[in-house]
Design a protein around this ligand. Sequence first.
Ligand SMILES: [Mn+2]
Length: 442
Amino acid sequence: MEHIQKKAAEIASFFLNNLSRFDKVYIVSHKDTDGITACALLYLTLTRFKKVETKIIPQIYLKTLDELKKEIGDNLVVFSDLGSSFCREISEKFRYYIILDHHPVKNCKENVLNPHLFGYNGAYDLSGAGAAYFFCKNLYPGIKKYSYLAIVGAIGDKQNDPFQNLNLEIIKEGKGIFERYGKNIFIENVEDDLRDGEYFSSLVNACGTLNKADLGLQVCIQNKEAIKEAKKIFEQYDEELNTALKHFLGNKDKIIEENKERSVYFIVSDMKRSLTGPLSTLLIKVFNDKPVIVISKRNNLKISARGTKKLVSQGLHLGEALKTAVSRKGEGGGHDIASGAVYNGKIEEFMEKVDFEIKKQFKKRFLIEGEIIINYEDEETAASTAEAVNVDNEKTLKATLIESYNNKNEFITLIKSENIGTFKNVIDDMLVCIKSSEIMKE
Ligand SMILES: [Mn+2]
């Protein structure tokens, strides 16, 4: 406990010590409940020192950082509920930055507050809003009456079953604010409708999902008009969600049958893209013997994956699985128990790749992977070989994944198979394809 609080105080000192060096503070936060509540805590605190601008975004891409840099210049940027996976890039690009997050962290430099770095599990012990709260406490003692925002953030990230470790500390500290009934929590000093923590969280989440994050921020700080409007759009959203849920529950047997051979329940339709997240959260409660991956086919694929603690204990890591599966054709990642992605390729291709990765995690089958790398004299030959070979890959055998591409003058084929016999046949076939494409080129 002591370590993470100490680090929070250090980062707060960094903020105070550098205050004169920038005109403005930018808060960049995630667009779910946790990110919006984190942003609200930071907004309430940092406006006491400087002009503040908020940006609520679905996810960070490298491109996002470049665009942000252009706008922010040498001002301070505070990332909350995101940023951990881009620590290195952020530290290289931004002169003054702070990262308050609970996602898996790597290549981390200074000014990063993340429970993973202090021996806690970010998925269960502290939310992004919790990390923001620890930081804010050092700058503005009055923020304590808003400690409920840290807990609403935790509820948004499903950390209330049960509240533990750092989350529990926040609840204990907030004497008179919280009344706990198991996983339900009631908040004392807020508008009546928001007293139920689960409802508060759902209301803010709906604002984010429906691209009304600013409304969500107003809800967090108890703006009555905003609460009224948010309730209206929430009801409408809830209705859409319920209709979709009923549909999939009505087709339960069909979904089980279709996914019989797979390590995952894939649930696919052209539902609104905003529904995949909440639907996957609801459906994992029903389809709980395998992970659930909900896919919207509107535009490119929008993907939300959910698991259970039990599946995670058996080796499941959905963040890793999605990240590997979408490589080069999208972006994805997240926690072991919950993750998301977008994918620009074919749906069957995505499903095969994820299925393979998750089978590998569960080690339920014998799996084998190999790479063929050929160095050509020039990039053109490497590229044309990759192209020629890819056409043949279209008739790939099931249970084998083949991906060919070139990196400058290097031609690379990645082969993954569930069976050594198939693996060997595929390698043979590939070599023949490569040879014939070389001959054709000559
Ligand atoms: Mn979060």
